[in-house]
Design a binder for this molecule. Structure first.
Ligand SMILES: Nc1nc2c(ncn2[C@@H]2O[C@H](COP(=O)(O)OP(=O)(O)OP(=O)(O)O)[C@@H](O)[C@H]2O)c(=O)[nH]1
Ligand SMILES: [Mg+2]
Ligand SMILES: [Zn+2]
Length: 293
């Protein structure tokens, strides 16, 4: 018998496929390896189950993916929420901009969530929110400790498949636990010495929400590779640069050395933030260096 379902978890060569309320433990057929396609969490698949075996099957087909995130590896995502804490650990805005770039490349709707607002005074995080809202991102401020912002967070997740991503220790699993206490996800302490998270979440999993939809808790990351990107696309992925790109005189303007550059003009008029422009430049140069090899 063939059934259609969604891979919600993969561990040690097994894939757990949800077919309505049932979960089937599946192996992938060898032919995927031949085609060089590996099933990933989020894939919609057809599985073959034998009549006598209880909830065991094999994946025989992977349906075309709507999208594929590589960090974390998950497909068919509706949106991403990038979580950073405003303290413990301190936000790394360069890393945030890199992550935004990856999400833009996937053309995925995105929210930025600043968690742990109980740790800082209001002026700091209001300014932070303003900064990213001016760029064009939606920002949610939360505290699991004070139970703030959780209703807003829940609202944007209703009925969707949402990936929660961000560095270790920022409170991703804690946020999900607040929304869905039954999941009882493991959360970790912040290392006192390193002031970083300890990578409590280890694998990627689609977690069903009672409000409908799934949330993907993901292991924290400390760096992100951008080597698959083309340098000429970077400017476009910096969302707020887009309106100024038509004003660049040169077709493949890097927005760094060229005269008559729309982006640099906008920078001079304070329409683009210096911090974002500097991050752009660093990322552009990093990719340029890699392409030389
Ligand atoms: N002060 C404060 N601490 C929080 C808040 N949310 C989470 N924490 C704490 O932050 C620590 C890390 O939380 P986790 O939820 O494990 O973080 P994570 O992002 O899932 O980390 P990884 O799984 O390692 O990627 C825990 O000690 C939480 O209790 C918050 O809003 N305020
Ligand atoms: Mg976690
Ligand atoms: Zn330019």
């Amino acid at each position: 018998m063939i059934l259609n379902g969604t891979i919600i978890k993969g561990i040690g060569g097994f894939y757990y496929v949800a077919v309505k309320k049932d979960i089937y433990e599946c192996k992938a057929r060898g032919k995927f390896r031949i085609d060089d396609i590996m099933p990933v969490v989020g894939d919609r698949v057809a599985i073959e189950v034998l009549p006598d075996e209880d909830y065991i099957g094999s994946i025989v087909k992977i349906y075309p993916r709507e999208n594929l995130l590589i960090r974390p590896t998950v497909s068919n995502v509706d949106q991403a929420i990038i979580v950073f804490s405003i303290q413990q650990p301190d936000p790394n805005f360069y890393l945030l901009d890199r992550f935004l770039l990856l999400v833009e490349e996937q053309n995925l709707p995105v929210y930025i969530c600043f968690n742990k607002i109980d740790l800082q005074d209001e002026n700091m995080y209001i300014e932070l929110r303003q900064h990213y809202e001016e760029i064009g991102y939606k920002v949610i401020l939360t505290s699991t400790l004070m139970e703030e912002g959780l209703a807003t967070l829940e609202q944007v997740m209703v009925g969707k498949t949402t990936v929660l991503a961000g560095p270790s220790g920022v409170g991703k699993s804690s946020l999900i636990n607040q929304l869905e206490p039954k999941l009882n996800l493991k959360t970790g302490e912040i290392s006192a010495k390193l002031r970083r998270g300890k990578h409590t979440t280890r694998h990627v999993e689609l977690l069903p929400l009672k409000i409908g939809g799934y949330v993907v808790d993901t292991p924290g990351f400390t760096s992100l590779h951008l080597d698959h990107l083309q340098q000429e696309d970077i400017g476009y992925y910096f969302k707020e640069f887009r309106p100024y790109l038509p004003f660049c005189k040169f077709n493949h303007c890097s927005h760094i050395h060229e005269p008559s550059c729309g982006v640099k003009a906008a920078l001079e008029q304070n329409k683009i933030s210096v911090q974002r422009y500097n991050n752009y430049q660093m990322i552009f140069q990093e990719i340029q260096q890699q392409k030389r090899w």
